[in-house]
Design a protein around this ligand. Sequence first.
Ligand SMILES: [Zn+2]
Length: 214
Amino acid sequence: MARPAVFLDRDGVISRNRCDHVKTWEEFGFLPGALDALVRLARLDLPVIVVSNQGAIGRGLMTRTVADEINRLMVAEIRAAGGRIDDVLCCPHHPQDGCACRKPRPGLLLQVAERWQIDLAASILIGDAEVDILAAQSAGCRALLVLTGRGAEQLALMRASGRDGLAQLIAVGIRVPSALASFAVTALLFASKRRGLLIYSLEWSQPSLCPYSP
Ligand SMILES: [Zn+2]
């Protein structure tokens, strides 16, 4: 039977963004709170899966082998801390390749759903960018925008442009100050088996859940 999963973007959610891309393990750095949050998530009986655009491969800045090694080391560190990443899927393509897997397209999520028998409508994607939210919407998942990484800047852009399909997201005023907060709330949501909540609005000190329909 299909089951829900937690999908995580990598850069800006688990690790620090770099405007020149993370191209080596030395350039990879966990965001504060991310490892703790991953440990909380690991307690849930749900697949935790990373879905990441790695356009640096398509741009020729890094080989696929190096990208895979960075992800392998990341997963090993998370495991050593008591967390768990069950799978990592990357889009290696150049933004102009027009592939089906680069977010905002839903290809990676659809691949995961088939591989892991995932119920997309019951799953959530946590990202720091508009493309993450759009990919989740295209795949029929819930989405949560964190303000780590590019999140704050992306939220400001979305608000300024009032983009269709995201207007409601902006209207509920999603503010997730850190990856840790969002992971913890996600964990609570799944632990309490609540369904039908697509996006939540929360303030750091006073979380509140808001229904959201894409
Ligand atoms: Zn791709």
